[in-house]
Write a protein that binds this ligand. Structure first.
Ligand code: ACO
Length: 446
């Protein structure tokens, strides 16, 4: 009779073990009983980069990478992008259900009334070098908010936790916009609580001296949709960092700072910045074949292509591609890089190298072109990603804290270093005979 168990025979000893299978998963700890001698540590799994390891049980975001499915709390992301606002989606991620009208009004009001930051924050944003990268400033200032809210360390107190979640969602656009203003040498603009979340962000970033600052509502909506598409993506690199930092019970400000730092890298949220630079470097459609040849020869990666989870078209990229067209129509100018991007996509989707590796455009491939059309510099792209991802990080963080299975994140290792050695006094030390061998560095963007 079929059983939900796995039988494992250890060929070193001939012993057979039976371990439970739940949700198509075995518990790594069940392997610890597999030993040759009683004094052994027991069998471990090796999974560098977590290719096949579930680190948690989660009910927030569902992805089926082969089918190109992304759902938040069960709702397909394209339906949310079509029908909801970003704050509605943030509420959904955090609370598990879409808000009623009065719940949404209350949430929007709470967020809106926490958009201001302590005046000292502006002093230390002012202290950054004139050419500081806005993402570096965002990481530093969001971490510094920890010092303004010392009660935030009581992470097991539900009311305190929720207050910080609202604060973080509310203040990220302010910190982001101010980082931008500083990098442009422009005076800071204080939040305008008459405006919606996305409009207020554009206002704080873009206002110069207009008596009445106005952005086309469809541009505001496009930004809100981009925020929805970036709000969560289950156990990605930055979320894993958020959970990892949070697992030590650090407060959410420093945890968000760590998550944002992970997002900054070019293989994660920094990819949209890298896509734009790549498109500029290619410059024109005629240069594409040579560029693709170089990529296939191992000379770099096609940025904005490929995904650890999606082995099909990223569902977010489909929405963003449509949005890119709409935004460019609205601002009245097509980016000269759009034909380069479209031709690159066409070639890549028909080239065996990319097809056989299931490399499709990801969320970052077209988002940079939208931001460029909105005259937002490439340095700001990862910052624009961090703003909405904050709600996802916080939902995942709280889920982790309330999960009885979770403990401080602490992986094992396979030790490959020296066995015990006797200490050598400094006077007796000699340089090694041959230079220490370093493993071959990985590709620049890897
Ligand atoms: N261009 C060219 N080749 C690629 C690319 C790419 N963008 N991505 C993967 N490959 C190749 C690899 O060289 C490898 O080939 P091989 O089997 O001959 O060695 C194969 O495809 C598998 O690649 P991995 O690196 O093993 O895939 P992994 O799942 O580890 O990486 C990642 C996923 C990091 C996203 C990768 O596809 C990549 O670097 N893409 C470009 C950066 C990017 O767009 N990142 C944004 C991701 S979305 C996000 O974070 C929001």
């Amino acid at each position: 009779m079929a059983k939900d168990t796995l039988s494992i025979t250890d060929n070193r000893t001939g012993k057979t073990y039976e371990v439970a299978i739940t949700d198509d998963t075995i518990r790594a700890n069940d392997l610890r009983q597999i030993k040759v001698q009683e004094s052994d540590f027991g069998l471990m799994t090796y999974d560098a980069g977590f290719l096949n390891t579930a680190s948690c049980r989660s009910s927030i975001t569902y992805i089926d990478g082969d089918k190109g499915i992304l759902r938040y709390r069960g709702y397909p992301v394209d339906q949310l992008a079509e029908n909801a606002t970003y704050l509605e989606v943030a509420y959904l991620l955090i609370n598990g259900e879409l808000p009623t009208k009065s719940e949404l009004d209350q949430f929007v009001s709470n967020v809106t009334h926490h958009t201001f930051v302590h005046e000292n924050v502006r002093t230390f944003i002012d202290g950054f070098r004139y050419d500081a990268h806005p993402m570096g400033m965002l990481v530093a200032t969001v971490g510094a908010l920890s010092t303004f809210y010392p009660e935030a360390k009581h992470v097991l107190d539900g009311d305190i936790r929720r207050a910080q979640m609202v604060r973080l969602i509310a203040k990220m656009p302010t910190l982001a916009a101010w980082s931008y203003r500083h990098s442009m040498g422009m005076p800071f603009v204080y939040p305008n609580n008459e405006m919606s979340y996305s409009e207020n962000f554009l206002y704080m970033m873009k206002r110069i001296a207009e008596p009445k600052f106005e952005v086309h509502p469809e541009i505001v909506r496009a930004l809100d949709v981009l925020f929805i598409l970036h709000a969560d993506h289950e156990q990605n690199c930055s979320t894993n960092v958020m959970r990892g930092i949070g697992s030590s019970r650090a407060d959410p400000y420093v945890a968000v700072a760590g998550a944002a730092a992970a997002l900054y890298g070019p293989l994660h949220g920094g990819a949209n910045e890298a896509v734009l630079r790549m498109l500029r470097e290619i410059g024109s459609v005629t240069n594409i074949p040579a560029f693709v040849k170089e990529v296939k020869g191992g000379g770099g990666r096609l940025m904005g292509f490929g995904h650890r989870v999606y082995k099909n078209y990223d569902p977010r990229a489909k929405v963003i591609k449509r949005l890119a067209d709409q935004v460019m129509d609205l601002v009245g100018k097509k980016s000269p890089l759009l034909p380069v991007a479209m031709e690159l996509e066409r070639i890549a989707l028909s080239d065996d190298y990319f097809v056989s590796r299931k490399l499709y455009p990801n969320v970052d491939f077209y988002s940079g072109l939208i931001y460029e059309a909105l005259q937002i510099p490439a340095d700001m792209f990862p910052v624009l990603f961090a703003i909405p991802r904050t709600s996802g990080w916080l939902a995942q963080w709280e889920e982790m804290l309330l999960d009885k299975d979770q403990k401080i994140a602490r992986p094992r290792q396979i030790y490959t270093g020296y066995d015990e050695r006797k200490f050598v006094p400094i006077s007796d030390r000699r340089p090694p005979a041959a230079p220490a061998s370093h493993s071959k560095p990985r590709a620049e963007t890897d």
